[in-house]
Design a binder for this molecule. Structure first.
Ligand code: TXA
Ligand code: MG
Length: 326
């Protein structure tokens, strides 16, 4: 892959028009969404999709999410909008919810990893919406990180991973949610949660009018979730809040340690500390950028405080466990 000059432009109307022109020509453009930054390509162009896999270093069996400007674009992408999908769309679109449905013939196998289903979502970020409208067709976009790395929640993160590989990054500031969308298989009667997100399972169940199911043998989890993920270059160790509060962590003599926490900390502070006080949503927003900051600060072992595994915390813990897996 020969290096290209990567420009970073504020996501104003001119930059969006330029991004749309690049996409139309088959090039890749990174753009902000409310969850994380996406690496976009024309969804109906298999060659552009293959470029996405190459730029990310992503295994080709891990399908991409197709982004649409509104539910009006769905007939081009999915064969049937199930009653369950309708309810979820009414409740959460535009927003951080991705639906898995049967795909149309138009969606190339390169986008879906050869599957008969497609993952589709309608983002709420104004720049993403403006870009979709300017292009006038759906955009396939995974998170704009190199495969396996923490998802980018700021334009600078994208530049660090994909600089020299893509011509343009639209800068829309930090992402409001900070974690990727929830993914729900909506083909049946009950929602099957393939990846938790910042829309909690409880809210999904309420909108669906049916309990949320875990992926079973018949409906495997999103293929991407089986790969090692969200890994900064430092080792991630999860610690419960009690160990942050009671000073036990302050006695650990790990060289070049770092800490990301919510609870008040006592004991000797490591040189890298990010405190993210407040609710779990704030913690979710700051998580990936904290991992990247720790890495940039030369941290070798990063202690990260856990949160209760419910509501938005379910998504936080899902990502944290993957970051800590080795
Ligand atoms: O918030 C998000 O969803 C962000 C922004 C950019 O929209 N995108 C994102 O894409 O997180 P990515 O590629 O990093 O994650 C997509 C996930 C992967 O785990 C993939 O396996 C799953 O979606 N996926 C895609 N198509 C699928 C399908 N047909 N069935 C099951 N899972 C699918
Ligand atoms: Mg990703």
């Amino acid at each position: 892959m020969s290096p290209v000059r990567t420009r970073l432009l504020r996501a104003g109307p001119e930059a969006v028009a330029e991004a749309a022109a690049l996409l139309r020509a088959g090039a890749l453009v990174a753009f902000p969404t409310e969850t994380v930054y996406g690496l976009g390509a024309r969804a109906f162009d298999p060659a552009a999709a293959r470029r996405v896999y190459r730029a990310k270093g992503r295994p080709s069996d891990n399908p991409l999410i197709v982004h649409v400007a509104s539910s009006g674009d769905l007939p081009r992408v999915v064969r049937r909008v199930t009653p369950l999908a309708r309810r979820l769309i009414a409740a959460f679109w535009p927003g951080p919810l991705t639906l898995v449905l049967e795909k149309t013939a138009r969606v190339p196998a390169a986008v879906t990893g050869g599957r008969s289903t497609v993952a589709v979502r309608c983002p709420s970020h104004p720049a993403a919406r403006a870009l979709l409208r300017a292009l006038g067709e759906p955009i396939a976009a995974p998170s704009a990180n190199r495969s396996g790395r923490p998802s980018p929640t700021a334009a600078a993160h994208v530049r660090r991973d994909l600089g020299g590989r893509i011509p343009l990054i639209l800068d829309g500031g930090p992402c409001r949610r900070g974690l990727e969308s929830a993914i729900v298989d909506a083909r049946g009667r009950r929602p099957v949660l393939l990846r938790p997100g910042t829309i909690s399972p409880e809210r999904i169940a309420r909108a669906a009018g049916a309990p949320v199911e875990a992926p079973g043998r018949s409906a495997p989890a999103a293929p991407g979730t089986k790969h090692r993920h969200y890994a900064p270059t430092c080792r991630v160790v999860l610690v419960p809040p009690a160990l942050v509060r009671n000073g036990a962590l302050g006695r650990v003599k790990t060289p070049r340690a770092g800490l990301v926490h919510r609870a008040p900390f006592s004991g000797k502070r490591p040189s890298f500390v990010r405190r993210v006080p407040g609710d779990v949503s704030a913690y979710a927003r700051a998580l990936f950028s904290s991992l990247r900051e720790a890495e940039a600060a030369g941290v070798r072992t990063l202690y990260v405080e856990t949160v209760p595994d419910r509501g938005v915390g379910r998504a936080v813990m899902d990502r944290l466990r993957r970051a800590a897996a080795r």
